[in-house]
Write a protein that binds this ligand. Structure first.
Ligand code: AKG
Ligand code: FE2
Length: 332
């Protein structure tokens, strides 16, 4: 078996969400699907309650019937594949500058667990406010910008619906302000980013402890993850106890980020996760693809514990993200 390293991330406990055996719940999102025209308010409360149950225990759910067309998801994956298959010299033209959140991130540039070597993944970050003309591969792929921006926008809309339901499930009185604190996703000073990720076939030269994506928690409000059909995503329940978040067709995985955990005075759990290398020789020859949308509040949104506990001092979302990113990026 490939060495998965010996790093022990802090103990993370979860109680099994009701009706589950400690695995990640699968919820039907049809009552608030993006495709749903008229919404029946009465149907939303049970969904909101189920979401909060999952997020306050596992920190992860799968959603079915979310309403982002599968054709758009496939098209985004294909578009990303085409970009990743361009020669390295071409991709380098679109490298993410250190001061921007948009552009190509080469293999091993990031390590999400600082105790491991660089992650065995490459990525293209789509962060519209940071995207200059020079950072879109329009010359080689005229469709790239339009397809990825469309997927960004659908992910943004779905995130807002999820956040709205979370507010409902948490009984937050001032819901408009929770939503308005996410009003600049994709348009202004806001940390939200969509990443197309590619984990290439694993060569024989893997460094000790190197995996596809090291153990980490996400930083923002919530994350959406669309997976292809290749396993590897694992949710770290407690030290040495791991639950696979294997691909389930037509679902999106949604998880809580650190800032949301802080915002809710630790009621909702930002659970550690990672992407491992397949154990079989055959599996290692296969690449894996995913698409992650990280929803963040606006940079100037002041995050104060929603339960009035003042467990953590107020901090702006921009300042919080800056502190987190400094630790992870551009280590090579
Ligand atoms: O590729 C995946 O399935 C998840 C990646 C991830 O957790 C991340 O990029 O934060
Ligand atoms: Fe993550």
């Amino acid at each position: 078996m490939m060495d998965q390293g010996t790093h022990e991330h802090g103990p993370i406990h979860w109680e099994a969400a009701p009706g589950t055996d400690g695995h990640i719940p699968i919820l039907d999102f049809s009552s608030y699907s993006l495709l749903k025209g008229a919404v029946d308010e009465d149907e939303l409360q049970p969904l909101a309650t189920q979401l909060i149950q999952a997020f306050s225990t596992v920190g992860f759910v799968y959603l079915r019937n979310h309403g982002i067309p599968s054709a758009l998801i496939s098209r985004t994956f294909e578009t990303a594949d085409k970009f990743f298959s361009l020669p390295k010299e071409v991709k380098t033209k679109y490298s993410r500058p250190v001061d921007k959140g948009h552009g190509w991130v080469c293999l091993e540039r990031e390590r999400l667990n600082l105790e491991r070597p660089g992650d065995l993944k490459e990525a293209f970050n789509v962060r519209p406010p940071h995207a200059t003309d020079k950072l879109w591969p329009s010359q080689e792929m005229p469709e790239f910008q339009q397809v990825t921006l469309q997927m960004f926008d659908k992910s943004r809309q779905l995130s807002l619906r999820i956040i709205e339901l979370m507010g409902r499930g948490l009984n937050i009185q001032d819901m408009p302000s929770l939503l308005s604190m996410h009003s600049m996703m994709g348009t202004g000073p806001n940390g939200s980013v969509m990443r197309t990720l590619r984990y290439p076939p694993v060569s024989a030269h893997v460094k000790a402890g190197q995996i596809r994506c090291g153990e980490h928690t996400d930083y923002g409000s919530i994350t959406l993850v669309f997976q292809d059909n290749v396993s590897g995503l694992e949710v770290c329940r407690i030290v040495k106890e791991i639950v696979p978040a294997s691909p389930i067709p037509n679902t999106v995985v949604v998880n809580i980020g650190d800032l949301m955990q802080r915002w809710t005075g630790d009621k909702l759990k930002s659970t550690s996760h990672r992407v491992v290398i397949p154990e079989t020789e055959e599996g290692r020859k296969t690449s894996r693809r995913s698409l992650a949308f990280f929803a963040h509040p606006d940079d100037d949104a002041v995050i104060t514990c929603l339960d009035g506990s003042n467990k953590y001092p107020p901090i702006t979302a921009g300042e919080y993200l800056k502190q987190k990113l400094t630790a992870t990026y551009d280590v090579n």
